[in-house]
Design a protein around this ligand. Structure first.
Ligand code: UD1
Length: 423
């Protein structure tokens, strides 16, 4: 298994291109199941999670081709000849559950393995299930699989109020509703940019959707969807992650394709911490204002709040800030697994339930550390950039799920980082 070696760094300077959003792509790809005609996604990120989704869609009978070295996903779901999403694929990636809504809408039946828990929490699917049941599906859990069918033959529009603005549940219900009979209203819908991106793609396929990006989405079901070509929105989490690199090391880095509206709450916190963010013609330019970052408090929330997917990386920044910061994790119950690893590097962190209190130290010290999940692993790389000496991040397969060529992107702006073959 590969490892990444990072050596404490001086200033970073240059440009980093930001890829298309992993999380958008993982919901856009299952949308192919809604139509017999081809769906092509441009600006797709080259990640192992995208390969897993390709594997899943192919197992259902879809044809998926990686074009331009994976940057374009050309898909056709003309023949869907299998309706079972197998545990062996679903267990690798929770987003596999996003095939459930489209399969029910297109085929009227689907069997999808429950993803199970993952390192950051239990992550149930009750909201997906209740929403699809409200549209007329019958769903039963048998031997770890959700067996779903539509007794009436076609889903029927309904008004659904989510008890929590779940991203995945909003996406599954939205996709299913595009082919349902009549009107569907989703109240307390998630407002993440990836949902607006999905709605834009579905509209290009002929769906009638209004209100995406707000908490009330209205869908008028149509009889069929057609093919489309859609560019995947910029990855706001990759963007935020790389914005932290010059904040930690100093220097000035331009994030190509970066947009403030994707990371508004995050930018407010960076500004308060003493980071300068400037909009340019091609993206965002980021530099640290003074010698040392100031501590700021962070609470993770659904969009437009501070994203949980940037919490671990922000904690890496706070580890060397001046003062004490309090980071509250409100989305997932177990998302502080990076803290013991950061503490091995000399960070001063106390965790109590969903709250981490970080008292900044002058300098972290390099150490061998273990990546426990996707965002945790990149937080350890960022911390390594701020540390004296060498940090070896092991188990980087998590990283490859969500960051394309991290060592190349950071290396190009002057970071001392390399990938080595593991044993
Ligand atoms: C998506 C993102 C993930 C991000 C998360 C929150 C993808 C592929 N993944 O995950 O990177 O961290 O949004 O921004 O887009 N919940 C329930 N019941 C449900 C569904 C969710 O209780 O039926 C809970 C979860 O356990 C979690 C919270 O709601 O505590 C948020 O989950 P959700 O918004 O659904 O996240 P995902 O779609 O899984």
């Amino acid at each position: 298994m590969d490892s990444i070696i990072v050596r404490g760094n001086g200033a970073l300077n240059g440009q980093i291109p930001i890829a298309g959003a992993k999380n958008a792509c993982l919901t856009l790809m299952p949308a192919t199941l809604l139509s017999e005609e081809p769906l092509t996604l441009t600006n797709a990120p080259r990640l192992s999670d995208i390969k897993t989704m390709t594997q899943l869609l192919s197992s259902l009978g879809a044809e998926v081709s990686d074009l331009q070295d994976g940057k374009v996903q050309a898909m056709s779901s003309h023949n869907i000849d299998n309706h079972i999403a197998d545990y062996d694929i679903v267990r690798k990636m929770r987003a596999s559950n996003l095939v459930l809504g489209p399969m029910l809408a297109r085929l009227g039946h689907a069997v999808v393995s429950l993803p199970g828990g993952c390192a950051i929490g239990t992550r149930p699917m009750d909201l997906h299930i209740h929403g699809l049941e409200a549209l007329g599906a019958e769903i039963e859990l048998k031997e770890g699989y959700l067996h779903a069918k539509v007794p009436a033959g076609r889903l029927q529009g309904a008004e659904i109020t989510l008890s929590f603005a779940s991203v995945g549940a909003t996406e599954n219900i939205l996709m299913a509703a595009t082919l349902a009979k009549g009107t569907t209203i989703i109240n307390n819908a998630a407002r993440e940019p990836e949902i607006a991106d999905l709605a834009t793609c579905l509209r290009a396929m002929g769906a009638q959707i209004e209100g995406d990006g707000t908490s009330r989405i209205e869908v008028q079901g149509v009889d069929r969807l057609h093919g489309a070509t859609h560019p995947v929105v910029t990855d706001r989490i990759e963007l935020g992650t790389y914005m932290l690199a010059p904040a930690i090391c100093g220097g000035e880095v331009e994030l190509l394709g970066g947009r403030i509206d994707l990371v508004g709450a995050f930018c407010e916190k960076l500004d308060a911490a003493g980071v300068s963010i400037e909009e340019t013609q091609h993206g965002l330019k980021v530099s640290r204002k003074g010698d040392r970052i100031r501590a700021v408090d962070v609470v993770t929330e659904p969009f437009p709040g501070f994203p949980t997917d940037l919490q671990a990386q922000m904690m890496a920044l706070m580890c060397t800030a001046e003062g004490t910061s309090v980071l509250e994790e409100k989305i997932f119950e177990n998302r502080f697994m990076h803290t013991p690893e950061l503490m091995r590097m000399g960070a001063n962190i106390e965790v109590q339930g969903g709250t981490a209190t970080v008292t900044g130290v002058e300098r972290l010290k390099g150490a061998p550390v273990m990546a426990t999940d996707l965002r945790a692993s990149v937080s350890l790389i960022l911390a390594g950039l701020a540390a004296e000496g060498e940090t070896i991040v092991n188990r980087v397969y998590h990283l490859d799920r969500g960051y394309e060529r991290v060592e190349e992107k950071l290396g190009n702006v002057g970071a001392h980082i390399e990938r080595v073959d593991g044993v």
